[in-house]
Design a protein around this ligand. Sequence first.
Ligand SMILES: *[C@@H]1O[C@H](CO)[C@@H](O)[C@H](O)[C@H]1NC(C)=O
Ligand SMILES: *[C@@H]1O[C@H](CO)[C@@H](O)[C@H](O)[C@H]1NC(C)=O
Length: 342
Amino acid sequence: MGNDSVCRLFFFLALSPCLLYAISQDHHIFLPTDSLSSSAASCLATDPNLNYKPVIGILSHPGDGASGRLSNATGVSYIAASYVKFVESGGARVIPLLYNDSPQTLIKKLDLVNGVLFTGGWATSGVYLETLKNVFEKALEKNDAGDHFPTFAINLGGNLVIKIVSELTDILETFNASSLPSSLQLGVNANAEGSLFERFPPDLLTQLETNCLVLHNHRYAISPSKLQNNANLASFFEILTTSKDKDDKTFVSTARGKKYPVTVSLWHPEKNAFEWATSLKAPHTEDAVRVTQSTANFFVREARKSSNTPDAQEVRDNLIYNFKPTYGGTAGKGYDEVYLFE
Ligand SMILES: *[C@@H]1O[C@H](CO)[C@@H](O)[C@H](O)[C@H]1NC(C)=O
Ligand SMILES: *[C@@H]1O[C@H](CO)[C@@H](O)[C@H](O)[C@H]1NC(C)=O
């Protein structure tokens, strides 16, 4: 291997030897063999408190995600591939949690993951709601038992978590926020330690408040006052951001658990980079894609704090790679790709 390839190999691990090497190339000063070997050793330094092979459980949603265009099978469920790509882009793998898995199967699968994601969708009752509630409670229990086990709940998933925490079925209010590119007004603690926006680049944080870098697509949400006036919600959640609907009514758009690593986002972080339906108006600018990436980095950073290190073969046997996504986006509507479970 020549010095050039050695340099390329080490480029991502340690920049300085490459700079020295480049300088040495230009000025014919010296070859940095000593500094190469000493920085190679420091490349191995990792934080022993973090788990660098995090796995996220994503709960499937009833239906085929394509209004029957892909499957009408009884009990079929789907995960839009955009959620999987979102998690993968943060540096984690995915295990599907089927909404109609038995409680025993779900408990086993939850022991293989380091956090859970609840997606958008439409199902608000029945087996889906029961399973989501069950998984959410198990996630909280894992934290109570000493693990750091994050939950990220997007749009419908977030609304269901709000309902579950409030213990009221009618806590949500109607808002006019279908297919609505939007800004986020940041609360004072929006980028506090451990919160979604903590490590957003400063210029992106500023832009979030002025530009439409996120997509809302819902008709229900909760207003800040209603959240604060519900004892359960007020003690569980801290509001990170608010947004305005098409009628200028303000709703909570991002919230985090005060005690638990739970994040609720009524906007869709995954769509900016990964969904292309023409009717949806998801922002696709470079900055909007940075929002997807920064949010994925946050969620997976949280999952790395989970100390759960399950059997590697059991993980592989349950990964979403055991399934193939289907392209459902030819019609220009709905999700571009979905994983179907039938
Ligand atoms: C599902 O049912 C609908 C309505 O009958 C039909 O139009 C569609 O083709 C079916 N989908 C498949 C994949 O067979
Ligand atoms: C939602 O907003 C649009 C645009 O302002 C308006 O035309 C429509 O009447 C509103 N819909 C509802 C249900 O309030």
